[in-house]
Design a protein around this ligand. Structure first.
Ligand code: ZN
Ligand code: FE
Length: 256
């Protein structure tokens, strides 16, 4: 079920799923634009799915609750998140009553310690864990944790649609080309993404297949990415999480 991107703030996408007159929101950081979207489509808000506690993902929840007192809010075990239902790895969120299927909860710590993702119907709502050709900063997690979260995501089917929460794609691709200047898939994707952005089209969702070919943060075992990390650290015996960690540090310290 394709979701609709509701742009908010500078570069956030708030995701709206709808069916049978009901709306489901993922990470409504701002109530204004989603209330407008719900009203113009004459949707009743039924469910909110939260991935992590940052303000640009939960900021609209209180206002949405006062407008739709029956809304059910799902989120991870974390007192910083105003959820009615706490979900963790292996649990599911059923939206069957709306005809929107069932979502599995994946714990993906790294960007924050309690970050989760929702996976169902071939769609992955991953918040700030994976971005198109990038990944979230490690605010509360270690490279080991994020490597294991990204490995978990990488095991999903190639055709999985990756719904991340920000439009960071062109910058991410620019950095990805620092890491892998000879990656032909990445070069042709860059041209494609530029065309999309010039037309004002979101580059999200991407697919996991594309990310596996182009995203350096999911390519911690690709020879060119491993060699880039080896050169920077002047070491050859790197574990995958160390490759990942060095690429992340490189972007944090020299690119952003
Ligand atoms: Zn965040
Ligand atoms: Fe965010």
């Amino acid at each position: 079920m394709p979701a609709e991107a509701i742009p908010a703030f500078q570069d956030n996408y708030l995701w709206l799923l709808s069916s049978r007159g009901k709306g489901v929101l993922v990470d409504p950081g701002d109530a204004g634009p989603v209330m407008e979207a719900l009203e113009s489509r004459q949707l009743e808000l039924s469910t909110i799915l939260i991935t992590h506690h940052h303000a640009d993902h939960i900021g609209g929840v209180a206002e949405l609750r006062s407008a739709w007192p029956n809304v059910q809010v799902f989120g991870p075990e974390d007192p910083r998140i105003p959820a009615d239902f706490r979900v963790s790895e292996g649990m599911t969120v059923s939206l069957e009553a709306l005809g929107l299927g069932t979502f599995e909860v994946l714990e993906v710590p790294g960007h924050t310690r309690s970050h989760i993702a929702y996976y169902g119907g071939g769609d992955l709502y991953c918040g700030d864990t994976v971005f198109v050709c990038g990944c979230g900063r490690l605010f509360e997690g270690t490279p080991e944790q994020m490597h294991s979260s990204l490995s978990k995501i990488r095991r999903l089917p190639e055709e999985t649609r990756v719904y991340c929460a920000h439009e960071y794609t062109l910058d991410n691709v620019e950095f990805a080309l620092w890491v892998e200047p000879d990656n032909e898939d990445l070069k042709s994707y860059q041209a494609e993404a530029m065309t999309m952005r010039e037309a004002g089209t979101p580059t999200v969702p991407s697919t996991l297949g594309l990310e596996k070919k182009c995203n350096p943060f999911l390519r911690f075992d690709a020879p060119a990415v491993v060699m880039a990390a080896q050169r920077r650290l002047d070491r050859t015996d790197l574990a995958e999480y160390e490759v990942f960690g060095e690429i992340r540090r490189w972007k944090d310290t020299e690119f952003d």
